[in-house]
Design a protein around this ligand. Structure first.
Ligand code: PAF
Length: 275
């Protein structure tokens, strides 16, 4: 696997490499990322990953400095799954001057995750556009686990007419249903045993809606109450339209998704289940 850090080296290395499939990450890779890399291989000739912990998407209370940096282990995983190229810029490479031109996503950035992480999606969209401009991929893969991020980046790509196909990678789960995440590493053994409940309450909502129940507010309340009873501190449980994450219309007919974010001890877990 070839590794570059500067923008010019990366552009030069990726010239004439056929159809480039790009998987941006912040490192600290787990099997969910490895699965995205594997899915990426099906969409082109050269799989390119990036590792960059993006200061712009961290809020003042989110610890940018403590984000785990595991570069050597990450490289071994990328190599093993057949990634051809890793773009691993330093902050000085990607932000050589204060980043004053920012991508401002529309109102969707303030829903759900955005209510609890103001400015987060502006930071994500800005760095992803910049990474796209360096790597110039034909296809980019983002995990469905970060559903709102995927929606925002898909809309950005469409509205700015970027010639890139956005692919949503399926969420990888442990045997008990817990979505794989870097944050699972912070769970105590007791919390780890409790954590799959998040997926269970969402799956129950999915099954109820599939069975014809459209009292979304009640379903959300019931899920919230169950999480409360088991010690979770929940930011939201919401049934939304897949297309724009708005509330479902009363007449139905649209594809829905149930999403949740909740804190179990220290770690804040997110998950979603398409309906
Ligand atoms: O999902 C992530 O890891 C990050 O938000 C991304 C897309 C790499 C941008 O920093």
């Amino acid at each position: 696997m070839q590794i570059t850090s500067t923008l010019s080296d990366t552009r030069a290395a990726l010239r004439n490499r056929g159809r480039i499939v790009f998987v941006p990450t912040m490192g600290n890779l787990h099997d969910g990322h490895v699965s995205l890399m594997r899915q990426a291989r099906e969409h082109g000739d050269t799989v390119v990953a990036s590792i960059f912990v993006n200061r712009l998407q961290f809020g003042p209370n989110e610890d940018f400095d403590k984000y785990p940096r595991t570069f050597a282990a990450d490289c071994a995983k990328l190599e093993a799954v057949g990634v051809a190229h890793l773009f691993a810029p330093t902050e000085a490479d990607l932000y050589p001057e204060p980043q004053q031109y920012l991508v401002e996503p529309p109102e969707i950035q303030n829903l759900l995750e955005g209510r609890f992480r103001p400015g987060h999606f502006r930071g994500v969209a800005t760095v992803v556009l910049k990474l796209f401009n360096v790597v110039q991929p034909h296809v980019a893969v983002f995990g469905k686990k970060d559903y709102q991020q995927l929606m925002i980046l898909r809309a950005m790509t469409r509205q700015l007419a970027l010639p890139i196909d956005i692919v949503g990678g399926e969420t990888v789960r442990a045997g008990d249903g817990l979505a794989l995440s870097s944050r699972n590493g912070y769970l105590t053994p007791e919390e780890r045993a409790e954590a799959p409940r998040l997926n269970r309450v969402l799956t129950r909502i999915r099954d109820a809606v599939r069975g014809g129940d459209r009292d979304f507010a009640r379903l959300e309340r019931e899920a919230l109450a169950e999480l409360d009873r088991h010690g979770w501190k929940t930011d939201y449980v919401a049934v939304r339209r897949q297309a724009d994450l708005r509330e479902p219309s009363p007449d139905g007919g649209e594809a829905l998704v149930a999403l949740a974010a909740s804190r179990l001890g220290q770690p804040r877990l997110i998950d979603n289940v398409e309906i």
